[in-house]
Design a protein around this ligand. Structure first.
Ligand code: GLU
Length: 405
């Protein structure tokens, strides 16, 4: 084969594959081979989709809702999305001001692809979800990663933001509660960032609110378009049913934002995937417009698990973990293990070494923090039943205790 045949698109060739999916695939292969793994790697709820949502999907199939939908989503679902933004976020939204995509990822990618040009910059606070910088790269722009320290709760400060802004800045990506740290921005913290942004009218804000309902200790959720309405006309507020209703496999994300941006995203989607799955859209409609007790129930379960996991991880020699305020991730420093050797004889130079040794020697899958832009840390997803979670934490503690200098 001549090299020309295999030549890839240069932007794709320069992008990294999804680190989370690499681990998810690795776990699936080992499980298929019969290895008894406990996975704390994938960021997805372990609950079943609520019964009434399952029933709505089956009813949709039986009723023949199995054809193309409008590109931007079913009118009824867009009305439910608009009602959700009004009800839960106090963002005035007409159904025309919404779009439905095949997962939150497609919302984000479409928004970036619709707006970025070579030379543009996107501010990505680090630690970040693995896909933000790679999506920016795929769109031919430059991700400007801004380190947010643990001392600042892994959050972007107004000074950090002011320093990162340039005439080329096109977007700021915010994600609260955060994947991978669980950090939550208060309305006041968002307003302080907004003060800086108000002086930069060309900058758009992407608010990834996918973990909105997983917020602990009685704190209330805030999002930029609500906290600072003067930024609403340049904010894309993005969400989805994956995390709130345990619907990761249904692939439904949605957003509200300015008309010009939604229209551009719809144009792109119309030439790309068309509307999201018709069955999944009917399921999402049932999720958004039906009873919401599932959301409260899972929040309580995750809060209880957070307490148990953080407590347990802090007993592990070499790990240190502050309590996250939301999502279902603990982000633990593994600095105390770096430079040691695992009981199986593996040198632990990096957090990736720790994660791979844990996988091979303790049969526990976690993600290395460096994949999210900050090491040496481990991202531990506590989206697993209580008994398995306790066993996984015990296995981590044993692994740490056996690591030698
Ligand atoms: N958001 C999840 C995670 O971080 C799912 C995997 C992905 O799309 O990256 O684990």
């Amino acid at each position: 084969m001549t090299p020309d045949v295999t030549r890839l698109n240069a932007r794709l060739a320069a992008a990294q594959p999804s680190a989370t999916y690499r681990m998810i695939d690795r776990v699936a292969e080992r499980k298929a081979a019969g290895v008894p793994l406990l996975s704390l790697s994938a960021g997805e709820p372990d609950f079943d989709t609520p019964q009434h949502v399952q029933d709505a999907a089956i009813a949709a199939i039986r009723a023949g809702h199995t054809r193309y939908t409008q590109v931007a989503g079913l009118r009824a679902l867009r009305e439910a999305v608009a009602a959700k933004f009004e009800r839960e976020n106090c963002i005035p939204t007409r159904w025309q001001d919404t779009i439905v995509c095949s997962g939150g990822k497609q919302v984000i990618y479409n928004a970036l692809a619709a707006t970025l040009n070579p030379g543009d910059e996107v501010i990505v606070p680090a630690p970040y979800w693995v896909s933000y910088p790679e999506m920016v790269q795929l769109c031919g722009a430059q991700a400007v990663k801004v380190s947010c320290t643990e001392a600042n709760g892994f959050k972007l400060t107004p000074d950090d933001l002011a320093r990162a802004l340039t005439p080329r800045t096109r977007w700021l990506i915010l994600n609260s509660p955060s994947n991978p740290t669980g950090a939550v921005y208060s309305a006041n913290e968002l307003r302080a960032l907004a003060e800086v942004l108000l002086a930069h009218p060309r900058v758009l804000v992407l608010s990834d609110d996918i973990y909105e309902h997983l917020i602990f200790d009685g704190a209330s959720f805030a999002t930029m378009a609500q906290a600072e309405p003067r930024l609403a006309q340049r904010t894309l507020t993005m969400n989805g049913v994956s995390k709130a209703y345990a619907m990761t496999g249904w692939r439904i994300g949605y957003a509200t934002g300015p008309q010009w941006l939604l229209q551009a995203m719809e144009k792109l989607q119309g030439q790309q995937t068309s509307g999201a799955s018709s069955i999944s859209q009917h399921a999402a409609l049932a999720a958004l417009s039906g009873p919401q007790d599932f959301v409260q129930h899972t929040r309580r379960v995750f809060e209880r698990r957070r307490d148990a996991v953080v407590d347990s991880l802090n007993q592990a020699r070499g790990l240190r973990c502050a309590g996250p305020s939301g999502a279902f991730y603990a982000f633990a420093s593994c600095e105390g293990l770096i430079g040691r050797t695992s009981a199986g004889g593996r040198p632990l130079h990096t957090d990736e070494d720790v994660a791979l040794a844990l996988l091979d020697e303790a049969q526990v899958a976690v993600m290395q923090g460096s994949a999210f832009g900050l090491g040496p840390y481990l991202r531990i997803a506590y989206a697993l039943d209580d008994v398995s979670l306790a066993r996984a934490c015990d296995a981590i503690k044993t692994f740490c205790a056996r690591a030698r200098a």
